[in-house]
Ligand binder design. Structure first.
Ligand code: BDR
Ligand code: CA
Length: 306
């Protein structure tokens, strides 16, 4: 199994994405790093711990950045609830999973000690990863690739063109995108397309305790507007790792707007060399929606508490 680090701000859809990966035989989750995003760092860290405690998986959790590099926090409690995990009753977190050191140090250690290159999945703002690459550039040669939920090839959610994870810490995203590492961007447009419907939640609910947890989280997601379809942002990025055949990729030069107040956090996706820059990202441009839904429900339903 390939070593994997998940950098995340749980977050309802983050929790679902992590759940998809805990039993995936192709990957071995070495570390879950929290970052401030949907809610504050205390909550995102606690939510990661609670989820793992509920699932009964002993994966270390490292507490990460408490704020973006240059900007104030902006939370998304309207979509994820005050604590960031809706109203599902998780057990008290097992704090023995919490690492002694901060996320950047723990990520560095996992990367440097791994005998094979490590995949990084990011489901929140890129603050930790920007700090990691700037502080310990020697880790770069130990990274296989970064798969990142963030950005958009179309419109945004917290700006006209700005997606949440990128817009919350646009400087961090810009640094990571310029790192020269192999990066796959799974943007908002993919998560919007790869949606679940109410029937899928019913199937999950009937499947067992873990399915019930996932469906309960999603019933309160985004204010509970499930009739419009439940957007699968972070689970799409997880699925790119698990079942890449479901997605279509295209390489592009992607950069992040960091100065305009009108388009702050926008991801400019240049497929055609208009900006005369070398291509730096693989951009996910399409998803097989039926295949995704079926796979998501099947996989989440199979996960058992341990
Ligand atoms: C992203 O923002 C968060 O609210 C979600 O968890 C996802 O990572 C979508 O813009
Ligand atoms: Ca997230």
């Amino acid at each position: 199994a390939k070593p994997l680090i998940i950098d995340t701000d749980p977050g309802i859809d983050d929790a679902a994405a992590i759940t998809l990966l805990v039993d995936e035989p192709a990957f071995d989750i070495k570390l879950i790093a929290s970052v401030s995003g949907n809610v504050g760092i205390g909550h995102t860290t606690n939510n990661a711990l609670k989820l793992l405690t509920f699932l009964g998986r002993r994966i270390p959790v490292a507490r990460g950045a408490a704020a973006p590099l240059m900007r104030d926090n902006r939370f998304a409690t309207e979509a994820h609830g005050k604590s960031g995990m809706g109203s599902f009753e998780f057990p008290e977190p097992d704090n023995s999973l919490l690492t002694a050191n901060n996320a950047v140090l723990e990520e560095r250690q996992v990367l440097m000690e791994s005998t094979e290159p490590v995949t990084i999945l990011t489901l929140g703002p890129l603050t930790n990863i920007a700090l990691l690459l700037a502080t310990f550039p020697e880790v770069k040669s130990h990274i296989e690739r970064i798969v990142s939920m963030g950005g958009s090839t179309e419109r945004g959610n917290i700006g006209v063109y700005g997606e949440f994870n990128i817009s919350v810490d646009p400087e961090a995203a810009k640094m990571v995108f310029r790192s020269g590492l192999p990066i796959t961007m799974v943007g908002l447009d993919i998560g919007r397309k790869a949606h679940l419907v109410a029937n899928d939640l019913d199937a999950l609910e009937a499947s067992g305790e873990v399915g019930k947890m996932v469906s309960s989280l999603f019933r309160s997601y985004d204010g509970g507007h499930i009739e419009e379809g439940i957007k699968m942002y972070d689970p799409s990025a997880a699925m790119v790792l698990i079942e890449p055949e479901l997605f279509t990729m295209r390489s592009a030069f992607v950069d992040v707007e960091i100065s305009s107040p009108i388009t702050l956090g926008a991801t400019a996706v240049d497929y055609d060399g208009i900006l005369s820059e070398e291509k730096n990202l693989d951009v996910c441009v399409d998803v097989d929606v039926d295949g995704f839904r079926k796979s998501f429900v099947d996989r989440a339903a199979r996960v058992q508490r341990q």
